[in-house]
Design a protein around this ligand. Structure first.
Ligand SMILES: *Cc1c(COP(=O)(O)O)cnc(C)c1O
Length: 427
């Protein structure tokens, strides 16, 4: 595989951009080597600047569920752009996208658009604190909610209820208000709420985590959280930035039949443009400015390009029973990879929910961060190198999800399974 042009660009990029990348996971640190610079993408394929083509399972980290450069989405964006790219004033497109989102997420009685998932979770947490007049929040180990200060916090080693910064630059005083608990463990939540429930504004969770690799919520776990939060008057926030319109049209809340108080969205609802959204119960959302005392704003929020891409994407997703097909493609890729691992005699765990899954190099069940972290990083790095050589692009980290799009063909999946077998055999 030729890499001359990518390597030359990386040398230039590091002189201008920290680490050569604008988001750290792009840097290939977890697998060794340097990132490929991409030139174009169409459907299920991406092409780098050296002309190498790959079947893409990153899909811009989730958004491109219709495949890259879908002609109708591109046409919608072009049409919107020709009428002006941003006004900082209301447009009809915002109402249309809100309607489409609410159609699948009826728990979002009001929805506000922002520009990223990070903004959505940051704003939802401020709202939860403003509404409940409490400061503490609970989140779960291995869940990622973007990079707002209150959320880049990990569990402290001493008292279970004191968080410590998970990044430099985060005030310890702020981190103390974030409690981090293990995922899939209801009794940890119960114990914490019994101890400090009256100080807790909200629990924020990825209902189907994808940011420590895909984890499947245990039977009764999400409904248990719903009951516990209700009994302690704590708000339940589903961060469905990844799972929304992915694990089901109505996200994990549809798939598992749970009504959270607030929901955060992003990724797919922007159709590949920068978007986030948060919304929920009317009574809570009425606390947001200009109606209420919780401030939140954005110069480019709801801009016509992003709204147009989102509207077209969500409209297309309602056609041709696409979610059934995504589920079937997901199942066939999972089965094929399982069988390949068996033939290659490499122990793996595959967690899948719909068209999102993760292959862990792990002998035991992966159900939370602690078990995911036991997976072999070395094996993954070797696996990833062979996949790239043979034309398959997985996320360059063992703790990410892979995604399928409606553009992935049975031929893509067959080729991927064959390549996965080669890569496993080579480990
Ligand atoms: C991607 C992601 C975010 C952050 O979204 P950005 O648009 O990258 O800021 C938040 N939560 C979850 C669950 C995500 O997957």
């Amino acid at each position: 595989m030729k890499r001359d042009k990518s390597e030359a660009l990386f040398e230039e990029a590091v002189l201008r951009i920290p680490g050569g990348v604008n988001s750290p996971v792009r840097a290939f640190n977890a697998v060794g080597g340097q990132p490929l610079f991409l030139k174009k993408a169409k459907g299920s394929k991406i092409t780098d600047v050296d002309g190498n083509r790959f079947i893409d399972y990153v899909l811009s980290w989730g958004p491109m569920i219709l495949g890259h450069a879908h002609p109708k989405v591109i046409a919608a964006v072009q049409k919107a752009a020709a009428s002006g790219t941003s006004f900082g004033a209301p447009t009809p497109l915002e109402i249309t996208l809100a309607e489409r989102v609410q159609h699948k997420f009826p728990s979002m009685e009001r929805v506000r658009f922002v520009n990223s998932g990070t903004e959505a979770t940051m704003s939802a947490i401020r709202l939860a604190r403003g509404f409940t007049k409490r400061d503490k929040i609970i989140k779960f180990e291995g869940c990622y909610h973007g990079h707002a200060d209150s959320l880049l916090v990990k569990a402290g080693s001493g008292a279970m209820t004191l968080g410590v910064p998970d990044s430099a630059g985060i005030p310890a005083d702020l981190a103390r208000d974030t409690v981090t608990l293990p995922f899939n463990n209801l009794s940890a939540v119960k114990k914490t709420l019994e101890a400090i429930g009256d100080q807790v504004a909200c629990i924020i969770i990825e209902p189907v985590p994808g940011n420590m690799g895909t984890i499947i919520p245990k039977e009764g776990y999400l409904s248990g959280l719903r009951e516990l939060t209700k009994s302690f008057d704590v708000l339940l926030i589903f961060d469905e930035v990844m799972s929304g319109f992915r694990v089901a049209p109505g996200g994990a809340q549809e798939r598992y039949g749970i009504q959270p108080d607030l929901t955060c969205l992003g990724k797919i609802i922007g159709g590949g443009l920068p978007v986030g959204a948060f919304g929920g119960r009317l009574e809570i959302m009425n606390h947001i400015a200009p109606l209420g005392p919780v401030y939140q704003a954005g110069t480019l929020s709801g801009n016509p390009l992003a709204m147009a891409a989102g509207i077209e994407t969500l409209a297309l997703l309602e056609t041709h029973r696409l979610y059934e097909k995504l589920e079937a493609k997901g199942a066939s890729l999972e089965e094929g990879m399982r069988d390949a691992a068996k033939r290659a005699k490499v122990p793996v765990q595959i967690n899948r929910v719909g068209s999102q899954m993760t292959l862990f190099f792990n002998r035991s069940e992966v159900k939370d961060y602690a078990s995911a972290a036991k997976s072999s990083r070395k094996r993954f790095a070797s696996f990833h190198r062979t996949l790239l050589e043979l034309g398959v692009y997985f996320a360059p980290s063992p703790f990410e999800a892979l995604f399928l799009s409606t553009a992935h063909s049975p031929g893509d999946i067959d080729k991927t399974i064959a390549v996965v077998y080669e890569a496993l055999k080579n480990i």
